[in-house]
Design a binder for this molecule. Structure first.
Ligand code: UDP
Ligand code: MG
Length: 314
């Protein structure tokens, strides 16, 4: 029977051949100061098409505490983290990016809070100057909208970088949803939480794996998986419009009775037809978003497909 490590690091990796060596070197340097903890790495190769997997293999050969899970294709970061959480055996679990944008110095602070009794300790990015202006602005807008309509708000400027107690991860693993929005899930499970601020540095090497289209879809998935408000709100908007139309109808009827039939009105008619036509299309689109989600969920496909596992338990 293998001993349970104190910490499991879960690292999703997609085409990260340039950063792996620096990542492990930096981690080992930081962790050498934390001698009293045992730890393991769970590296999830998310269908990379560079040398990520072969590099990971050679590391795993030399270090039995480096576990590797390799997906059959790119299933995206959320699924990679979930696969890592499922494999983690530690008493606490820390998901981290491979590019060192989640600074390892923070681990010590996380552990201190954990030992003080917090079950979730999340990192808050204070300085995002290194991210582009558009990324910061869209992120801000996303948090704003999300927190206005979601059942459970998520703390602004948090990522996946956080420490979670075993209990928290076990609760997350119970969730049967196929499409996961990790930030939403993290806050949905609850538990005693606190945040620690940090400056988010630049990627050590390579490029971001997220383009704006990916981020947009990520945001849509996030919202549709966390709230049904966009579906329900139409009842109220419909009621308000019906009320206004009712009043307007009464006005027109009275005007026609007392002042006769007025023929002009082409412009207002046309504008209102266009307006309500587009509102209906938007509503259909929103229905479509949710219908699509239901479709994906009822298919019950596996979240991801594992091609190979190294140093993992059966
Ligand atoms: N990542 C992944 N699958 C993907 C995209 C990204 O596993 O489809 C990993 C990536 O290798 C990195 C982490 O997710 O370890 C964060 O990605 P990135 O640094 O590109 O995102 P950013 O920091 O720009 O938001
Ligand atoms: Mg990054």
């Amino acid at each position: 029977m293998k001993q349970t490590p104190d910490i499991s690091f879960v690292i999703p990796m997609y085409n990260e051949e340039e950063v792996i060596a620096t990542f492990f070197a930096t981690m080992e340097r930081t962790l050498s100061k934390l001698k009293k903890y045992t730890y393991e790495y769970i590296c999830v190769n998310d269908g990379s098409n560079d040398k990520t997997f072969s590099i990971l293999k050679s590391y795993a050969k030399k270090h039995p505490n480096i576990k590797v899970i390799s997906f059959s294709r790119n299933f995206y970061k959320e699924q990679a983290i979930f696969a890592g959480l499922a494999e983690a055996r530690g008493r606490c679990i820390i998901p981290m990016d491979a590019d060192l944008q989640d600074p390892p110095e923070l681990i010590l602070k996380f552990l201190k809070k954990w030992e003080a009794g917090y079950e979730v300790v999340y990192g808050i990015r204070t300085d995002r100057k290194k991210d582009s202006f558009i990324k910061r602005a869209t992120a801000k807008l996303f948090y704003k909208i999300f927190n206005m309509i979601a059942e459970r708000p998520i703390p602004e400027n948090t990522g996946d970088y956080r420490l979670m107690d075993r209990k928290v991860v076990d609760a997350i693993l119970e969730i049967k949803e196929n499409k996961l929005f990790m930030k939403g899930i993290f806050s949905w499970v609850g538990f005693k939480s606190c945040g620690i601020e940090y400056k988010r540095p630049q990627r050590v090497a390579g490029e971001t794996k997220f383009n704006y289209w990916k981020l947009w879809n990520f945001a849509l998935d996030g919202i549709t998986s966390s709230t049904t408000l966009p579906l329900r709100i139409w009842t109220y908007i419909g009621c308000i419009i019906a009320l206004i139309s009712g009043l307007y109808a009464i006005y027109i009827i009275f005007r026609t009775i007392f002042m006769g039939v007025a023929v002009p009105g082409y412009a207002s008619l046309f504008v209102s037809i266009l307006f309500f036509g587009s509102v209906q299309l938007i509503v259909l689109g929103i229905f479509g978003e949710y219908l699509g989600r239901i479709f994906v969920e009822v298919k019950r496909r596996p979240r991801y497909i594992i091609d190979e596992k190294i140093n993992c338990e059966d």
